[in-house]
Design a protein around this ligand. Structure first.
Ligand code: HPA
Length: 302
C-alpha cells in the first residue's frame, strides 16, 4: 500500500516536473527566438502573413523590409518543400506593420505539430493580433476551376491530430478553445469587400486538411465533398487552430491550383500546383493590400 502510494506520488511529481519542464523549455525557446528577431528589427508587427506554395513573391509588396533567413532564427523550422523559400520578412504594407513567412513547413515533412505552429506562437508573442494564411488547394467543389481564389469560411481537420495536444500552456490560451469563429467574420467580410472593390472574383468555401504527402484518392475526395468540403489541402489548419488558441483573429485564402483527384481523368502533379500559384500571386497581392488598407483605416483595430 505504502509502496503503491509512493509510486503514485512519484508519478505525480514526475508529471509536474515534466510539465513545468516543457513550460520552461517553451518559455526559453520563445525568448531566444524573439531576441534573435528583435536584434534585426525594432518594428512591432500587428498582422502575420503565411505564404503558401508558389506565393513567396507576395513579400515583394512589403516596404522597408528586413528579411531573415529561417536558418538564422533559433528553433524556426526549415522548409524542405519545393516552391517554398525560407525567410521571415518584416516590414509594412499600407502602413500596417506586418511579419510574413515566405514559406511554411508541413506535417508531411516530418515536423511535429508543435514545430509547425511554433512560428504562430512567436507571432502571438510579438503582439500580432491577426493572421492571414494562404495556401494552394485542390478544388473539391465541382464549380471551382484552377486559378480561383477562395476565402476559407470554415475547416475540417482530417489530419488525424491537433496542434494543441499535450499539456496546455495557460499563458498562451485556454485548454478547450472555441472554434465557432475560427475564421474571423469581420476579416472574411473585409476580404470579400476588397474582392468586389478590386474586381477580383473571390469565392467562399470549407477547407479540409489531410496530412499528405500523397494526394487524396478519388474516393477520399468524394467523401470530402459529402462531408461539406469545397477545398482540400495539407496545411493551414494547424496554424489556424493555434492562432485561435492565442486569441488572434484569423483568415485564410486558398488558391485552387488543380481539380482534386477524380474530378477529371488527369493525374495530379506538383508542378501544376506551382504554375497555378504563380498565376494567382498578382491577385493575392491585390487582396492582401486592399485588406490591410481597410485594416489601417480601422485605426488600431486589428
Ligand atoms: N490535395 C491536397 N493538397 C493540395 C492539392 C490537392 O489536390 N492541391 C494543392 N495542395
Amino acid at each position: 500500500m505504502t509502496v503503491f502510494t509512493h509510486a503514485q506520488d512519484l508519478i505525480k511529481t514526475l508529471k509536474e516536473v515534466t510539465e513545468e519542464g516543457i513550460g520552461m523549455l517553451n518559455a526559453e525557446k520563445t525568448a531566444e527566438t524573439l531576441a534573435a528577431i528583435g536584434r534585426r528589427t525594432t518594428l512591432r508587427p500587428k498582422i502575420g502573413i503565411i505564404l503558401g506554395s508558389g506565393l513567396g513573391g507576395v513579400v515583394e509588396m512589403i516596404e522597408n523590409s528586413v528579411a531573415i533567413p529561417y536558418d538564422e532564427i533559433p528553433y524556426w523550422p526549415r522548409t524542405t518543400a519545393i516552391g517554398h523559400a525560407g525567410r521571415l520578412v518584416i516590414g509594412t504594407i499600407e502602413g500596417v506593420p506586418v511579419v510574413a513567412m515566405q514559406g511554411r513547413v508541413h506535417f508531411y515533412e516530418g515536423y511535429t505539430m508543435e514545430e509547425i505552429t511554433f512560428p504562430v506562437r512567436i507571432f502571438g508573442e510579438m503582439g500580432v493580433g491577426g493572421l492571414i494564411a494562404t495556401n494552394a488547394a485542390g478544388g473539391v467543389n465541382l464549380s471551382y476551376t484552377p486559378g480561383d481564389l477562395v476565402v476559407i469560411k470554415d475547416h475540417i481537420n482530417f489530419m488525424g491530430t491537433n496542434p494543441l495536444i499535450g499539456s496546455n500552456n495557460d499563458k498562451w490560451g485556454p485548454r478547450f478553445p472555441d472554434m465557432t469563429y475560427a475564421y474571423d467574420q469581420e476579416y472574411i467580410r473585409a476580404l470579400m469587400e476588397v474582392g468586389e472593390e478590386e474586381g477580383v472574383r473571390l469565392r467562399n468555401g470549407v477547407y479540409i486538411a489531410f496530412s499528405g504527402p500523397s494526394y487524396e484518392t478519388p474516393a477520399e475526395i468524394r467523401m470530402s465533398r459529402t462531408l461539406g468540403a469545397d477545398l482540400v489541402g495539407m496545411s493551414t489548419v494547424p496554424e489556424i487552430i493555434v492562432a485561435n488558441h492565442m486569441g488572434m483573429r484569423a483568415a485564410a485564402i486558398s488558391c485552387v491550383s488543380n481539380y482534386a483527384a477524380g474530378v477529371t481523368a488527369q493525374k495530379l502533379h506538383h508542378q501544376e500546383v506551382l504554375d497555378a500559384m504563380n498565376d494567382a500571386a498578382g491577385r493575392v497581392i491585390v487582396i492582401i493590400r486592399g485588406f490591410l488598407r481597410k485594416i489601417a483605416q480601422n485605426a488600431g483595430h486589428y
